[in-house]
Design a protein around this ligand. Structure first.
Ligand SMILES: Cc1cc2nc3c(=O)[nH]c(=O)nc-3n(C[C@H](O)[C@H](O)[C@H](O)COP(=O)(O)OP(=O)(O)OC[C@H]3O[C@@H](n4cnc5c(N)ncnc54)[C@H](O)[C@@H]3O)c2cc1C
Length: 509
């Protein structure tokens, strides 16, 4: 096997003749022989002429082109149950792996199924009502359902991401995610995928229980678990996968009450930045953007005064959404449809915060960074008294002056001109003040502009708490049989890595 690379115009694929000619050359075979090929990657190269760059594996006659095959799911209706708390990517992919191995997933989910959840999200944006069990973070599919559905991960060491991508395609995602360098699904398609996963799990004998918020986990003398939910239901199993995500603050508080070990964990906090997408297209495609080209993305990372400042969860052609999980707090995130065709580009721009940065929170012990996160979200909410976001133009923020008028925003609840430079914690605010001009000067000319709006706050970047587990067994360090899993446990971030972590926990069981 050899790998070849072929470039073509955007929107095109290499022809069979082109592939054949390149393959013959690379393999050193006669043009008369049959060669097999498969496209393994497609990326956009915008450095000079804007091109698609295809990487293609080519095989000589006789060489085996192995195909990736997913394991089949088994009927588990009579099998031993494994409780999974949380139906986000970690919980769903753990369940699918259990099905493959003949164990019965019993999923307890505080939120609603994906269709009913949509109504709550509409009410959230229109009327500012936050349902603490059904919102942008909680409900079927977890935080990933109404998102951009970016499927990037840097975590190949966590496992084989092909299992995740191939299952997503099996359940309705576009097969292009298997080859795209920056695959994404989009909020208009994700609910269908999530629903198809549920149908597969229940169709093979697994169970889903919505509206079932877990309030207690008890380990009994015989080593098994009793899990209690807010509706009074009690569930029993020998193993429990805890995949409740980074916003399940009640779960961390439950651990703290029970004296089960948890640890404060660094996370990142900052603002959502919204530019006109046309400006980002111009910057990233060096003025050569054409409507048939993929909507431009960006990402950056830099260091300011010993802390990372980086873009987070960029949503090209997306919109800003309120992603608080309780009344009285204000948090923003971004989502996009598959076409990524809104007028705006938004991204979190956040600063790493470590436990040693917050000595004033030390008395909260392992919940120190969680308390800090809550306080910042409350301060943002208190400023406007609603889900309207405190906002400031980018250059005004850096010059420490209020904005006299704000540009239009995709954020449905609306924005209110505010001194974000004062509302944000000083450590964060000062680093952002230095970062924006730096990015504009060194990396993306045109990014540092008063056309860009900063909105507060982006604070749910990753978990501020870790639920520690044994690196070999993946069980909680004190409680055998309990598997802290996914983003909420502090071992994953993003859809793909959380899904992989779910697979890994299920594999251990
Ligand atoms: C708006 C938005 C956009 C995003 N965009 C992207 C993106 O484009 N790409 C990407 O990779 N990542 C994105 N993310 C992050 C991504 O969604 C998360 O990293 C991922 O969903 C984490 O998976 P998880 O399964 O560990 O937890 P979650 O997805 O948070 O799922 C946890 C589940 O547990 C349930 N739960 C919580 N507490 C309880 C309880 N006590 N009892 C029962 N159930 C409970 C919740 O309702 C939820 O369904 C986005 C997040 C948001 C909010």
């Amino acid at each position: 096997m050899k790998e070849i690379e072929i470039t073509c115009k955007l929107g095109c694929e290499p022809s069979a003749e082109e592939i054949k000619a390149a393959a013959v050359k690379a393999l050193g075979v006669s043009p008369k022989v049959q060669v097999q090929h498969r496209i393994v990657r497609r990326s956009v190269d915008a450095r000079n002429d804007i091109l698609y760059r295809y990487r293609i594996e080519v095989f000589k006659p006789g060489e085996v082109m192995e195909k990736y095959a997913l394991e089949e799911y088994r009927d588990v209706s009579q099998a031993e149950p494994v409780i999974i708390i949380g139906a986000g990517p970690a919980g769903m992919f753990a369940a699918l792996r259990l099905l493959m191995r003949g164990l019965k997933p019993v999923i307890l989910e505080r939120g609603k199924d994906v269709h009913k959840r949509k109504f709550d999200m509409a009410a959230l944006s229109r009327e500012g009502i936050v349902d603490p069990d059904s919102n942008y973070c909680f409900g079927e599919g977890g935080a990933g359902t109404f998102s951009d559905g970016k499927l990037y991960t840097r975590s190949s060491k966590r496992g084989d991401i092909r299992e995740v991508l191939h299952q997503l395609v099996r359940f309705g995602a576009d097969p292009s995610i298997l080859i795209d360098a920056h695959p994404h699904i989009g909020s208009d398609r994700l609910p269908v995928v999530v629903e198809n996963i549920r149908k597969c799990i229940t169709g093979h004998g697994g169970e889903y229980h919505f509206g079932t918020r877990v309030t207690d986990i008890m380990k009994k003398g015989d080593g098994s678990f009793e899990v209690t939910a807010s509706d009074g239901s009690v569930w029993a199993s020998r193993k429990v996968i805890l995949a409740t995500g980074h916003s399940a603050r009640d779960i961390y508080e439950m651990f703290s009450r029970k004296g089960w070990e948890i640890q404060a964990k660094g996370f990142a906090l900052g603002v959502r930045v919204e530019h006109p997408q046309s400006l980002i297209n111009r910057i990233q495609y060096h003025g050569k953007y054409q409507p048939h080209m993929p909507t431009a993305e960006y990402s950056f990372v830099t260091q300011i005064e010993g802390r990372g400042v980086f873009s987070f969860c960029m949503c090209p052609g997306g919109i800003l959404v309120p992603s608080a999980t309780a009344p009285g707090e204000l948090v923003l995130n971004g989502m996009s449809n598959s076409a990524r065709n809104s007028k705006w580009a938004n991204s979190g721009v956040v600063v790493s915060v470590e436990p040693e940065d917050l000595p004033e929170y030390a008395s909260y012990g392992p919940l120190a960074l969680l308390q800090f996160q809550k306080d910042v979200e409350k301060a943002m909410f208190d400023y406007t008294g609603s889900l309207k976001a405190p906002a400031q133009r980018m250059m005004d923020f850096c010059r420490r002056i209020p904005s006299s008028g704000l540009p239009a925003t995709s954020y449905h609840p609306g924005a209110v001109a505010a001194p974000l430079h004062e509302l944000l914690p000083e450590n964060v605010s000062l680093r952002l003040k230095y970062a924006f001009p730096l990015i504009g000067n060194k990396k993306m000319h045109g990014y540092y502009t008063n056309e860009a709006l900063l909105l507060g706050v982006e604070s749910r970047t990753s978990s501020p708490v870790r639920i520690p587990r044994d690196p070999d067994t993946l069980e909680h360090v004190q409680i055998a049989g309990l598997y802290p899993c996914g983003e909420g446990a502090g071992y994953a971030g993003g859809i793909v890595s959380s899904a992989l972590d779910g697979i890994n926990c299920a594999a251990k069981i």
